[in-house]
Design a protein around this ligand. Structure first.
Ligand code: ADE
Ligand code: ZN
Length: 326
C-alpha cells in the first residue's frame, strides 16, 4: 500500500531493541559451530519452528539459550553489525539498543568482551552510514538486587559510553521496587532510566516505574490502558512508550493485531512508538512492525506521522545527532 511505502522510506528511530534478540538462527548456527557450542537443534528450520510462545517466559527460556553461542568480541561485533545492516535497509537513522550484561557475565564472559564487540559495530555503522546510537544496559529482574549492583560495578569503566539503564526479563513477581536502590544509584551517576512495565505485569508496576524508579521512558506499557489515572499521568508527563506490535502478538500480550491497542494509545494522547524488541524471535524488524499495524488497524497518514515523530521526540539524541537527521 501507499502508506507502507511511505513508512518504509521515512527516516525512523528504534528505541526498544535487545541486541541479543536480533540473533537470527543462521548466525546462531554459525557461531555455535565457530565456538564448539552444542545446540538442541539439527537445522535452522528447527530453530524457527521452536519459536512459538504462549507467554513471556517461554520466549525468555529460548532467548537465554540462544545467547550461549555468543562468546568472543567478534561474535558480539557480528551480531550487532547484522542488526545495523537491517537498520540501514529499513531507513532507521538512530537506534537505542539494550544489552543484558548479566546474561553474559553469568557465563563467564567479560564485560569488556561484550561492550567492545557491540560498540565496535556501532562506531563502524556511524562512520559508514551516519547511523547514530545510544547504548542501554539492562538489568535482569529475575536476578537479585545484589547481582544488579555487581553488573553495575563491572560496567563502571565503560559508563561514559553507556547512556541509560533498563529493566527487563520476567516481569510477574519482579516489580520495579525490587530495584529501587540500584536505580537510585544509576540516577546519581547521571544515567537515563527506562524499564519494561505493563507488558505482562499490572498497572501498579507502571506506577512503580514512574514513582520509584523515576523512569524517563516506559518499555511496552500496554496494560497502562487498564488504569485511567495512569493514562492521564503518562500523558501529563509526556512519557514515551516503546511499543512492540509483533512482540505483543508472539508473546500473547494481544490475541490478534486487530486488537492491538496502538490506535487507542494515540487517541488517548500517549507518546507511543513502534519498535521490534527481539526481531529474530518475533518475525520482523521495524518496518515489518509498522506494516503489521497498517495491515490490521485503520491507521491514517496522520497516525503514522505521529508514531514516526514520537520516535524522534522520545529518542535520547544530542543536538549534533538531531541536526544530522532532521
Ligand atoms: N528481554 C528481551 N525481550 C524482552 C521482553 N519483551 N520483555 C522482557 N524481557 C525481555
Ligand atoms: Zn523488550
Amino acid at each position: 500500500s501507499a502508506l507502507k511505502a511511505l513508512v518504509s522510506a521515512a527516516p525512523k528511530v528504534e528505541l526498544h531493541l535487545h541486541i541479543e534478540g536480533s540473533l537470527e538462527p543462521e548466525l546462531m548456527f554459525a557461531l555455535a559451530q565457530r565456538n564448539g557450542v552444542a545446540l538442541p537443534y539439527k537445522r535452522v528450520e528447527d530453530v524457527r519452528a521452536a519459536y512459538q510462545f504462549s507467554n513471556l517466559q517461554e520466549f525468555l527460556d529460548l532467548y537465554y539459550q540462544g545467547m550461549s553461542v555468543l562468546q568472543t568480541e567478534q561474535d558480539y561485533y557480528d551480531l550487532t553489525m547484522a542488526y545495523l545492516q537491517r537498520c540501514q535497509q529499513d531507513n532507521v537513522v538512530h537506534t537505542e539498543i539494550m544489552f543484558d550484561p548479566q546474561g553474559h557475565l553469568e557465563r563467564g564472559i567479560a564485560f569488556a568482551t561484550v561492550f567492545n564487540g557491540i560498540s565496535g559495530a556501532l562506531l563502524d555503522a556511524e562512520r559508514q552510514w551516519g547511523l547514530s546510537h545510544r547504548l542501554i544496559m539492562s538489568f535482569l529482574r529475575h536476578l537479585s538486587e545484589e547481582s544488579a549492583f555487581a553488573a553495575l560495578a563491572e560496567a563502571e569503566p565503560f559508563l561514559k559510553h553507556i547512556h541509560a539503564v533498563g529493566l527487563d526479563s520476567s516481569e510477574m513477581g519482579h516489580p520495579p521496587e525490587k530495584f529501587a536502590r540500584v536505580f537510585a544509584r544509576c540516577r546519581e551517576l547521571g544515567l537515563k532510566i527506562t524499564a519494561h512495565a505493563g507488558e505482562e505485569g499490572p498497572p501498579a508496576y507502571v506506577w512503580q516505574a514512574i514513582d520509584t524508579l523515576q523512569v524517563d521512558r516506559i518499555d511496552h506499557g500496554n496494560r497502562s490502558l487498564e488504569d485511567d489515572a495512569l493514562v492521564q499521568e503518562l500523558v501529563k508527563r509526556k512519557l514515551t512508550l516503546t511499543v512492540c506490535p509483533l512482540s505483543n502478538l508472539k508473546l500473547c500480550v494481544v490475541p490478534s493485531l486487530t486488537q492491538h491497542p496502538m490506535l487507542d494509545m494515540l487517541k488517548q494522547g500517549l507518546k507511543a512508538t513502534v519498535n521490534s524488541d527481539d526481531p529474530a524471535y518475533f518475525g520482523g524488524y521495524v518496518n515489518d512492525n509498522y506494516h503489521a499495524l497498517i495491515d490490521h488497524l485503520p491507521l491514517t497518514h496522520s497516525h503514522l506521522y505521529d508514531l514516526l515523530r514520537n520516535g524522534f521526540d522520545g529518542a535520547w539524541m544530542d543536538d549534533k545527532q538531531r541536526q544530522q537527521h532532521i
